[in-house]
Design a protein around this ligand. Structure first.
Ligand SMILES: Nc1ncnc2c1ncn2[C@@H]1O[C@H](COP(=O)(O)OP(=O)(O)OP(=O)(O)O)[C@@H](O)[C@H]1O
Length: 245
């Protein structure tokens, strides 16, 4: 894959926590490209470094070694201010716990990234973005007045309103029942089909099977990759890694 085809390129990245005997190499010399316009899932046993990898790729955390490129932009060389700006304008993030602001309506939550970027969001943009996740009629509702699935859809709309280069998702269906999860995954599938690059960490083989490809981590390293796999194939691979040598 050339650099032009990659939404995010990781070159020999490592990230450790702690010092001395207590040091943990959460991500260990990973080289990987997340293709542009594709949905990639990241799986692996608990503690294999999935969240750390995602946070490093999204510029939420610094790497100790190696290089992270967002398109052509070197995040590792960026100063903190530049990185904050890049995160606001070119990266979208959704979390397991939604992270909406409770005192704001759905529309205000969706408008927030544009406001933070110094723009005055038009009502039409906010309305259209909420409509794209099927929540045009919930614009004035606050998070506590919405179901978990609806809250995650507001979070998706908030992440997408800036038209980010990459949408990062950390366990986006982890707090949802299976019906709400399926709706959220359908929306992410639609976004990917429209050309949105997505990188998603998940424990759920059903969620991973909706992605175009699945990367498997163990002990901070990439150990396998499946493309177009069924949920059963993904689950079997994950189980083998969890019990493997
Ligand atoms: N802030 C931190 N301080 C110390 N150690 C950490 C920190 N964050 C992660 N680690 C360690 O780094 C390793 C990888 O953690 P990480 O959260 O990236 O794994 P994960 O695959 O996302 O796990 P899970 O599936 O359980 O969420 C683990 O051993 C973890 O204990």
């Amino acid at each position: 894959m050339t650099r032009e085809d990659a939404a995010v390129t990781l070159r020999g990245i490592s990230r450790s926590y702690g010092r001395g005997n207590a040091a943990v190499r959460a991500v260990d010399n990973v080289t990987l490209a997340f293709p542009r316009g594709a949905w990639t899932a990241v799986m692996g046993p608990s503690g294999s470094g999935k969240s750390t990898l995602l946070h490093c790729a999204a510029g939420l955390e610094r790497v100790d070694e190696g290089q992270v490129l967002l398109g052509d932009t070197d995040l590792t060389a960026a100063r903190d201010r530049t990185l904050t700006e890049l995160r606001r304008t070119r990266i979208g993030f959704v979390f397991q716990s939604f992270n909406l602001i409770g005192s704001m309506t759905a529309a205000q939550n969706v408008a927030l990234p544009l406001r933070l970027a110094g723009q005055r969001p038009s009502a039409a943009v906010v309305r259209d973005t909420l409509a794209s996740v099927g929540l045009a009629d919930r614009a004035r509702h606050r998070p506590r007045e919405l179901s978990g699935g609806q809250q995650q859809r507001v979070a998706l709309a908030r992440a997408m309103v800036t038209r980010p280069d990459v949408l990062f998702a950390d366990e986006p269906t982890g707090a949802l029942d299976s019906t709400s999860a399926a709706v959220v995954l359908d929306m992410m599938r639609q976004m990917a089909s429209n050309g949105q690059s997505i990188v998603m960490v998940t424990h759920d083989p059903l969620a991973a099977a909706r992605a175009d490809a699945v990367i498997f981590l163990r002990d901070g390293r990439v150990v396998d990759r499946l493309a177009g796999a069924s949920a059963g194939q993904v689950a079997a691979r994950l189980t083998a890694l969890e019990v493997g040598p």
